[in-house]
Design a protein around this ligand. Structure first.
Ligand code: GLN
Length: 268
């Protein structure tokens, strides 16, 4: 860890962030807590204090507005069906307003399916989404397999300004639904190995304002520290209305994990 005077001064500023976790009891199918832990630890190691609050059935709009970063994990069709009404009617409008105003977020698999225009689940039921991301999700024909396996993709150019060690993201996908992007979002990354959004157009995930949607599951951020820091930087920037440089961390193990997947696919 580098302790220059610059970073020392940052530590004295007592920056804080509040992370909201969408329906943690219903949308946490695949170790999604790993993403929250990474965000929390990477902040704490830099002297940024983090609180974590659930965004669930009992959360009021006023409480929702105090949140600086929104996380949504994976969920199977059944759990998505349980919470969609509350999300749509009670949280949706405020979330849309917050995200349009720059609040960053990370949404994994089952949650971005609900943040698009609609999601047609495996039983053929249509769930109206929040319409935050310009995209739709639906299951393909019954004979089509689920998209399961390691996923490697190269990041959309807009992230490269941060001079990352690698321009790739690695993860594990497991979804039946396929997502198709509209013109109002950009793909998060371009598929190198795996299926990504739909197995057809090589897009993986989506970016809207400061929010990322991805089909990479569960503990996605531990293997992708560059994405974690991009999100933290955005959250601080929006809350404090200025760019706050992040103290570098020793990410040797994180990059070893990332590169072990690249090596498996002979991508260097
Ligand atoms: N229910 C969705 C699907 O299978 C999402 C699953 C998930 O979050 N992995 O398409």
């Amino acid at each position: 860890m580098v302790h220059s005077r610059n970073y020392y001064e940052l530590r004295t500023m007592n920056y804080t962030l509040k992370i909201g976790w969408l329906y943690p009891e219903l949308m946490s199918t695949y170790g999604d807590r790993g993403n929250i832990i990474v965000l929390q630890k990477r902040c704490e190691w830099r002297g940024i204090d983090v609180t974590i609050a659930p965004i669930d059935f009992s959360t009021s709009n006023n409480e929702l507005r105090t949140i600086n970063f929104i996380f949504g994990g994976g969920a199977q069709d059944r759990q998505q069906g349980i919470l969609i009404d509350d999300l749509q009617k009670n949280k949706g409008p405020v979330m849309k307003e917050m995200i349009d105003n720059g609040t960053p977020g990370l949404f994994v698999c089952g949650s971005p399916q609900l943040l698009g225009h609609y999601f047609i689940n495996g039983a053929g039921e249509k769930l109206e989404g929040l319409g935050i991301f310009d995209m739709v999700s639906k299951y393909p024909g019954k004979d089509e397999p689920r998209c399961i396996g390691n996923l490697v993709a190269s990041l959309n150019f807009q992230f490269s300004i941060f001079n990352f060690r690698k321009n790739t993201v690695v993860g594990f996908e497991n979804h039946g639904g396929r997502t198709y992007l509209g013109k109002g979002v950009k793909p998060f990354a371009r598929v190198i190995a795996g299926n990504g959004n739909n197995g057809e157009d090589q897009t993986e995930g989506a970016v809207y304002k400061n929010c990322i949607a991805t089909y990479s599951h569960g503990p996605f951020l531990p293997k992708n520290p560059h994405v974690a820091d991009w999100l933290i930087r955005k959250a601080l920037e929006v809350k404090y209305k200025k760019a706050i440089p992040l103290e570098p961390l020793d990410d040797t193990l994180e990059w070893q994990a990332h590169e072990s997947i690249l090596k498996r696919f002979k991508i260097y």
